[in-house]
Each structure stands twice: as C-alpha cells, then as structure tokens.
Ligand binder design. Structure first.
Ligand SMILES: NC(=O)c1ccc[n+]([C@@H]2O[C@H](COP(=O)([O-])OP(=O)(O)OC[C@H]3O[C@@H](n4cnc5c(N)ncnc54)[C@H](OP(=O)(O)O)[C@@H]3O)[C@@H](O)[C@H]2O)c1
Length: 222
C-alpha cells in the first residue's frame, strides 16, 4: 500500500485492514508507525518515491504479495510556458518512475500470489490537459504503464486495474483548489472512503473477472 499517509491511501488501508496483512509505504516513518498501530496487522516501509536508489535499499523481503495499491501522487498546476523543468521531474518521479520501480521490485511476489495491482490514476489522464500538463502527462504515462503491465502480466496471473477518480476531498484537492484560486468545497467532491470502497470492490470481484479500468466521478451537485 503506497501512499498510506494520504487522503485516499489512508482510507484504502483502513478499508483493507480486516482482510490483509498490510505494508504501509510512505515517507513519514513516524506517521506510518502511528497509523500502523491503529490497524490490526500492519507494518511500515519507509519509502521516498522521488529518491529512486533508496527504493531497493529499504525494500522489505516479501515472497508473496496479494495486492499492491498505488495511492501516492503529487500535483502541480501551471501552463507549459511557466512550468519549471524541476516540476516536470518531480511529478514524473513520484507519479510514474517510483510506481514503476516499486511494481518491478514486487512483481516476483505478485506473480507468486497471482496478485493484483491497483493504480489510483486520475480523470486528468482522460480529459483536457491544458494548465496542468505536467500532472496530466504523468498520469497519462501511468495509464500507458498500467496497460503494458496488464498485457505483460496476464500470462503470469497478475491482474492490473486503474481507477480514475474525479475530484476527491483530500489534502491534495485543497492544494489544487488553492492553486486554481477557487473555494475548497468538499461536499462537491468524492469522499476518499468512496474511492477506497471502489478498491475493495475491485478486489472482491469474482475470480473469473478482470476489472481493468474504473472511472468514478462525484455526484453532480448544483
Ligand atoms: N484528491 C483528488 O482530487 C484526486 C483526484 C484524482 C486522483 N487523485 C490521485 O490519488 C492519489 C492520492 O491522492 P490524495 O488525494 O490522497 O493525495 P494526498 O492526500 O496529497 O496524498 C498523497 C500521498 O502521496 C504521498 N507522496 C507524495 N510524494 C511522495 C514521495 N516522494 N514518496 C512517497 N510518497 C509520496 C504522500 O506522502 P506524504 O505524506 O509523505 O506527503 C501521501 O501519502 C494520487 O495519485 C492523486 O494523483 C487524487
């Protein structure tokens, strides 16, 4: 479970805690330990997705993994003309390269369990990218990554699902609204628990089914 300290990630971890032994991965070890202490069976994996060499240094020895959920991510608003190269690098490091590295490291254990990979993507990968090119491009690349992984791992029994939520009421959305210069209106956005519910449903799908993509938009409110 990567991004366990985030708005969506924490809800996903809580929603899966009664069924799985969890490994909570994230940057803040203190926060992870505190969270793990509230769950029935959870361990911590200190991990900075943007610091690629550290990923394998800290890697926990896991021989069988039923589910890998990617919930970490970073956002930045900005036109192409004003987006610094460092922003492009950070967004791709976290939203794509880190995801690819962690997935690759866990693939043998996922294959051993005929496990599942769930990637929390964004409707930004499906809609117009203007004014958020770096974020939308990183999420579009994540979609391509998921498609490749899905095709390559089918013969190994690993199933891959991308979830594309619209706006979700989390700290990231507070940042998005601040950057957009608009009010943060959580009642108009998806509840992170609903996204966690979608992850649970994907994992509860019958064994003969393979949900590859799921788009979740908030209910329209006037
Ligand atoms: N909120 C939305 O409206 C929305 C909509 C569509 C899709 N999404 C996607 O959903 C996912 C979760 O978003 P959220 O709303 O839950 O955001 P959030 O509350 O801001 O949480 C982001 C998570 O990513 C982690 N993270 C950031 N940089 C990292 C790094 N370098 N290494 C490891 N972990 C890192 C954060 O850890 P720290 O605690 O260490 O910062 C945190 O756990 C993201 O991929 C986002 O793009 C969000």
């Amino acid at each position: 479970m990567v991004g366990a300290t985030g708005g969506i990630g924490a809800e996903v971890a809580a929603a899966l805690a009664d069924r799985y032994t969890l490994w909570l991965a994230g940057r803040d070890e203190t926060e992870l330990k505190e969270f793990a202490g509230k769950l029935p069976d959870a361990h911590c994996w200190q991990l900075d997705l943007a610091a690629d060499p550290d990923i394998s240094d800290n890697f926990p020895e896991l021989f069988s993994v039923d589910v890998l959920v990617h919930c970490a991510g970073v956002f930045q608003l900005g036109d192409v003309a004003e987006t610094d190269p460092a922003v492009w690098r950070e967004l791709f490091a976290v939203n794509l390269f880190g995801v690819a590295s962690v997935t690759r490291l866990l693939l043998p254990a996922l294959r051993a369990a005929r496990g599942r990979v769930v990637l929390v993507n964004s409707t930004a990968a499906l809609g117009p990218p203007a004014h958020r090119a770096a974020y939308a491009a990183s999420k579009t690349a994540l979609r391509v990554f998921a498609e490749a992984l899905h095709r390559e791992e089918l013969p190994n029994g690993v199933r891959v699902t991308s979830i594309y939520p619209g706006r979700v009421a989390t700290p990231m959305q507070q940042t998005v609204r601040r950057m957009e210069g608009g009010r943060y209106e959580p009642e108009r956005y998806l509840d992170p628990a609903s996204v966690a519910g979608a992850v649970r449903s994907v994992l509860a799908a019958p064994p003969d089914t393979h949900l590859t993509e799921l788009v979740i938009e908030p209910e329209w409110r006037p």
